[in-house]
Write a protein that binds this ligand. Structure first.
Ligand code: HMG
Length: 309
């Protein structure tokens, strides 16, 4: 009988921490040593997946320009995976050279976002990703897929759930073990998210889906709750609510991991994450960035602690 913190337990929800990548890609350039300390602290707090960085063009996203150094300096904790984003073969080869164990390819359900984010159409991106997935799989790496703009696009507005389902299925067919559905600009509401998950799960088994919510309109926790009701058991989030997307103006960070873990715990799910350690890590990285944590749960928990004597 698996324990409740075992991934095979029915009450387990996998939390994929994306703060060091999705969070820090939208900050001023953060020193490599701070990124490395953040990743190590997140793994120590019990997160089993910590998305570490991106092997993208430094001309496009200079904040991720130190990807090889980050990968060389993190302390790899057994049982923890450290995926990295790879938009093309050049990024993949660099990721392999840096010892990545898992990569993520990232497409969009909106043509305009695809062009702004990765400079190609959706169809071209799938062809590009096919080569990346094939080479990654041959090199023994696991491949995760993202679909951005599942509930709305900053350039086109509403996005048809059927378009999301098509891209998700294409990524599944390329060999992705998991497809993360990204509400990139946080516009979705529970009814819309349910409609998207419903459309996608007709083409991709719900066990292979993850929910990735930005909290721009304050809907992220409600949307995650709705996706749990639909059977999703993997949730992406960002410690302290760090981040945004450089190609989605006005988009705020992901939902805070602390808030997700607190909610999941109250719903009877287990995550294996030490909430207090996580909240301290969120407080620490926020101080490094010179601002308060974006996690309401962390603020509440830390306010209850006695001041240091
Ligand atoms: C895809 C490209 C490269 C196309 O960009 P491009 O300009 O069309 O690429 P290119 O092949 O023409 O190359 C241009 C230059 O970039 C170099 N280059 C080319 N590839 C790489 C690479 N991998 N690593 C390092 N360098 C690279 C290449 O060598 C060349 O250098 P030059 O000859 O000019 O000196 C570019 O658009 C890019 O890097 N985009 C990444 C954008 C990005 O990182 N966005 C944020 C992540 S997605 C996201 O946040 C959403 C998500 C996942 O969180 C989910 C959600 O919330 O929805």
């Amino acid at each position: 009988m698996p324990s409740s913190s075992s991934p095979s337990s029915p009450s387990f929800v996998k939390v994929v921490e994306v703060g060091p990548r999705d969070g820090l890609q939208n900050e001023r350039v953060v020193p490599t040593a701070v990124k490395v300390a953040l990743i190590d602290r997140l793994a120590d707090a019990g997160l089993s997946v910590v998305e570490a960085t991106s092997f993208v063009s430094p001309k496009w996203v200079p904040q991720m320009g130190d990807a090889p150094e980050v990968m060389a300096r993190i302390r790899r904790r057994p049982g923890v995976s450290y995926p990295v984003l790879t938009p093309n073969l050049k990024g993949l080869e660099a990721a392999i050279a840096a010892g990545a164990d898992e990569v993520a390819i990232f497409g969009a359900a909106s043509e305009s976002f695809s062009r702004r984010n990765i400079n190609c159409s959706i169809a071209e991106s799938i062809m590009r990703f096919a080569a990346v997935a094939e080479r990654a799989t041959a090199a023994g790496l696991r491949v995760r897929g993202y679909v951005s703009c599942i509930a709305g696009c900053p350039y086109e507005g509403r996005v048809d759930p059927a378009a999301v389902a098509d891209v998700a299925k294409a990524l599944l067919d390329l060999g992705c073990y998991e497809i993360s559905l990204g509400d990139t600009i946080g516009v979705g509401r529970p009814r819309e998210i349910r409609a998207v998950v419903d459309a996608v799960s007709r083409k991709v088994p719900v066990e292979r889906l993850a929910m990735h919510c930005h909290d721009t309109y304050g809907q992220a926790l409600a949307n995650i709750h709705a996706s749990l009701d639909c059977g999703i058991r993997t949730v992406d989030s960002s410690v302290a609510g760090l981040g945004g997307c450089p190609y989605a103006k006005g988009a705020t960070g992901n939902v805070a991991t602390e808030d997700v873990v607190y909610m999941l715990d109250g719903c009877g799910f287990d995550t294996g994450v030490d909430l207090h350690r996580l909240a301290e890590t969120g407080q620490w990285i926020s101080a490094e960035l010179g601002r308060p944590t974006g996690s309401r749960v962390a603020r509440a928990l830390l306010a209850k602690q006695p001041p240091p004597s």
